[in-house]
Design a protein around this ligand. Structure first.
Ligand code: MF3
Ligand code: CO
Length: 251
């Protein structure tokens, strides 16, 4: 198990480099995700791109995960395994990718629109992104993890959406998953969580359902889907705590 780590300036610089690769990969994947393209094709594009930048896919082989990206369509929340499914007009596609470069990971996710998407799906995706930015605004020295969680949760709930509780954001650095956990919800048992200090690096990643918060895992042992079949969106960035606003390393 890895421990909580606080990064110095040289380490943050390496995380910045990993983060930019992730950002660029997502930009490429967003342009490539069109009707008729399979999620397996997107995985190949991602793998090729990471290699061209001298990076490794953080996810490939992680607990036996078989691909470089997670590609989660519509009611799939996260950890969709790329396969022969060809994207269709009106789908929403959450792509999650991690890059390991020079010993440090970057991790981010976006939900893309495939062609013309229903207004209510578009709204879900926009609100999920807003949840991230409201959470990130709380990611400041002296605040606590629960300040991030509360901001994310409040915004999603205001729109009547379900906030996924079974998966959480996380610290990140030399390991893709480091302490602390970064939940998108608050509860008394968790409390206010860790106090943030400069040099901590976190993956903040709201996973928001149009319906209820409940999810289940598919038989493949990975893919998480909404229990009620409603749409789900994911938006994630790796951020560094500074003495001012958080630096978003994957934008
Ligand atoms: N980005 C995901 C996370 O933040 C990780 C993908 S799971 C993997 O936890 F197993 F595919 F790597
Ligand atoms: Co993550």
């Amino acid at each position: 198990m890895s421990r909580l780590t606080v990064k110095n300036a040289a380490e943050i610089a390496k995380m910045r480099a990993a983060g930019l690769i992730v950002r660029d990969a997502l930009e490429l994947l967003g342009r490539s995700a069109k009707a008729g393209v399979s999620t397996l094709e997107l995985d190949a594009i991602a793998a090729e791109f990471l290699g061209s930048r001298g990076a490794k896919a953080s996810f490939l082989g992680y607990n036996g995960y078989p691909a470089s990206i997670c590609a989660s369509v519509n009611s799939q929340v996260v950890h969709g395994i790329p396969d022969g499914y060809k994207l269709r007009e009106g789908d929403i596609l959450s792509v999650d990718i991690g890059a390991l470069k020079d010993g440090y990971h970057g991790d981010a996710a976006r939900t893309f629109f495939i062609g013309r998407v229903a207004d209510e799906a578009r709204k879900l995706v926009e609100v999920t992104q807003e949840c991230f930015f409201l959470g990130a605004a709380e990611a400041r020295e002296g605040r606590h993890i629960a300040d991030i969680s509360r901001a994310v949760e409040a915004h999603a709930r205001k729109h009547g959406y379900g906030v996924v509780r079974d998966l959480v954001g996380h610290g990140i650095g030399r390991d893709m998953h480091e302490p602390p956990e970064v939940p998108n919800f608050t509860d008394a048992r968790i409390g206010r969580g860790l106090r943030l200090t400069k040099g901590m690096t976190l993956a903040i990643e709201p996973m928001i359902n149009m319906g209820g918060w409940q999810v289940r895992q598919e038989a493949n042992g990975w893919t998480v889907v909404t229990a009620d079949g409603s749409l789900s969106a994911h938006y994630e960035n790796t951020v560094a705590i500074t003495d001012g606003e958080a630096e978003i390393l994957t934008l």
